[in-house]
Design a protein around this ligand. Structure first.
Ligand code: ATP
Length: 240
C-alpha cells in the first residue's frame, strides 16, 4: 500500500502574466517526516512554486492536496490554518519587535493537536543564541540571527509542514552551517520539510529526496544520495 502523501502537487501551472506559464505542470510530493529539497538555478521557478503553495499566486491547472484535501482556492490564512508554515526568502522578521515578541507572533497562529509541541523553552534550547537575545529588537540582529528568528517563529506555529525558501541565501559559511544544522535538528524532531535551495551540496546532505527544477519543469528526482553521486548533477549543481 502506498503511504499517503502529506503534500501532493500534481501538474500545476502557474503564471504571473496571463498565458505565460512560469511553472509548466510541476508534480512533486512530500510524505510525513521527510525532508525534500527542490534544487534549481536563479529564475527556475522555485519561489514561484513556494508562493503558489502558500496561496499567494493562483494555480491555473493541476492539483495541490495537503493531507488529502485540496488547497486550491484557499487564502494564505487558510493554508496556515491547515498547518503549513513558510519561512520566505529574505527572512522577513518584525524588525521593531523583540525576538521573544517575534516568536509570540508565530505562536499566535498555532495549531493544536499536531506534531510535537513547541514552546519558548524548547525553541530557546534549540537556539541558545536567541535565548541570549530574547529582548533585543529583531531588526538589530545579524542576518544569520534573523534567519534563526524566522525559522524559530515558523516552528512556534507547530506546523505539520515547513516550507523553507533559500534559508542560506546571503549568509556567511559559518552561518550557513548553523542553518543546515538547525534543519537537521528539526528533521530529527520529526518535522516534515520542503526546502528550496541553490546551495545544492548542503541541501542534498540534509534531504531524504530531491527534485531538480529547470525553467519551470521538474527534470530530475530521486533519493538525495543518488542525485549527489550523479555525474550530471555534480557537473551542473555541485561544481564538481
Ligand atoms: P531565485 O533563486 O532567483 O529566487 P527562483 O527559482 O525562485 O529564482 P522565481 O522567482 O520563481 O525563480 O522566478 C521564476 C520566473 O518567474 C522568472 O523568469 C521570473 O522572472 C519570473 N517572475 C518572478 N516573479 C515575477 C513577477 N512578479 N512577475 C512576472 N514574472 C515573475
Amino acid at each position: 500500500i502506498d503511504e499517503p502523501k502529506l503534500l501532493a502537487v500534481s501538474g500545476i501551472r502557474v503564471s504571473y502574466v496571463a498565458g505565460v506559464d512560469v511553472l509548466h505542470g510541476v508534480s512533486l510530493d512530500v510524505s510525513a517526516g521527510e525532508v525534500v529539497c527542490l534544487l534549481g538555478r536563479n529564475g527556475a521557478g522555485k519561489t514561484t512554486l513556494i508562493n503558489a503553495l502558500c496561496g499567494l499566486l493562483p494555480v491555473n491547472a493541476g492539483q495541490v492536496t495537503f493531507d488529502g484535501k485540496s488547497l486550491l482556492g484557499l487564502k494564505p490564512s487558510g493554508i496556515v490554518a491547515a498547518g503549513i508554515a513558510v519561512v520566505p526568502e529574505g527572512r522577513r522578521v518584525f524588525s521593531n519587535l523583540t525576538v521573544a515578541e517575534n516568536l509570540a507572533m508565530g505562536a499566535y497562529s498555532r495549531r493544536t493537536g499536531f506534531g510535537p509541541s513547541w514552546h519558548f523553552e524548547r525553541v530557546y534550547d534549540l537556539f541558545p543564541r536567541l535565548a541570549e537575545r530574547r529582548d533585543q529588537l529583531a531588526g538589530t540582529l545579524s542576518g544569520g540571527e534573523q534567519q534563526m528568528v524566522a525559522m524559530a517563529r515558523a516552528m512556534m506555529a507547530q506546523p505539520r509542514l515547513l516550507l523553507l525558501d533559500e534559508p542560506s541565501m546571503g549568509l556567511a559559511p559559518l552561518l550557513i552551517e548553523l542553518i543546515f544544522d538547525t534543519i537537521n535538528r528539526f528533521a530529527k524532531e520529526g518535522m516534515t520539510i520542503l526546502l528550496v535551495e541553490q546551495n545544492a551540496a548542503a541541501a542534498l546532505d540534509v534531504a531524504d529526496r530531491a527534485y531538480v527544477l529547470e525553467r519551470g519543469s521538474i527534470v530530475r528526482s530521486g533519493l538525495a544520495a543518488s542525485l549527489e553521486s550523479d555525474p550530471e548533477i555534480q557537473r551542473s549543481y555541485l561544481g564538481v
